[in-house]
Design a protein around this ligand. Structure first.
Ligand code: IMP
Ligand code: MG
Length: 183
């Protein structure tokens, strides 16, 4: 039977490390947003796994919502240009404390366009929680308010992150074997 784990060259962040970090982030968010109107906003599809774990590590009342964005002219492993909202939020952001839940902050271009778009809707605040960050790739002047792990400049998959829509279901973050790209 073909097993996706056999395509992984090495793990960067283990399942256990992810779980521990998500619990820490959930505790920090619960402290920081106590008494606030917290709305967790997940960017589909990459952040869905992190969202599902993070929301269960948050112990204060919170609502959740989802959006789909795409970058114009963005190829598979790159993101360039402006972002387009493909599926918008259902929630009215007025007075909400919005926390964007992301899979990875890479160039930062996506969120550097999205944050001002959300800020125009009269929220109380808009901040970012990203489970992964690649600081060496940053092109936009933006940093997560909460970061799980900094990863090197390598293409990573798992824990929601995909390569051609595959590997999102890996329970850890890893790097693919080089031969996978030539398949
Ligand atoms: P940005 O470059 O910060 O705008 O990143 C946009 C999106 O590209 C992220 O939310 C991911 O969905 C995707 N992405 C960036 N780096 C990787 C990676 O190493 N593996 C899988 N997806 C990635
Ligand atoms: Mg994403």
């Amino acid at each position: 039977m073909y097993d996706i784990h056999q395509d992984i060259d090495h793990q960067l962040v283990s399942r256990e490390a992810l779980q521990e970090k998500v619990n820490e982030l959930g505790a920090a968010i619960s402290r920081d947003y106590a008494g606030h109107n917290l709305l967790l906003v997940s960017i589909l599809k990459g952040a869905v796994v992190f969202m599902a774990d993070l929301m269960r590590a948050v112990t204060i009342p919170c609502a959740i919502d989802f959006m789909v964005v795409s970058s114009y002219g963005g190829a598979n492993t790159n993101s360039t240009g402006l972002v387009k909202i493909v599926k918008d939020l259902d929630a009215d952001l007025t007075g909400k404390d919005v926390l964007i839940v992301e899979d990875i902050l890479d160039t930062g271009i996506t969120l550097s366009h999205l944050v001002p778009m959300l800020e125009m809707r009269n929220p109380n605040s808009v901040r970012i929680c990203s489970i992964l960050s690649k600081p060496s790739r940053r092109k936009a002047d933006i940093e997560p308010d909460y970061t799980g792990f900094e990863v090197p400049d390598e293409f990573v998959v798992g824990y929601g992150l995909d390569y051609n829509e595959n590997y999102r279901n890996l329970p850890y973050v890893g790097v693919l074997k080089p031969e996978v790209y030539s398949k």
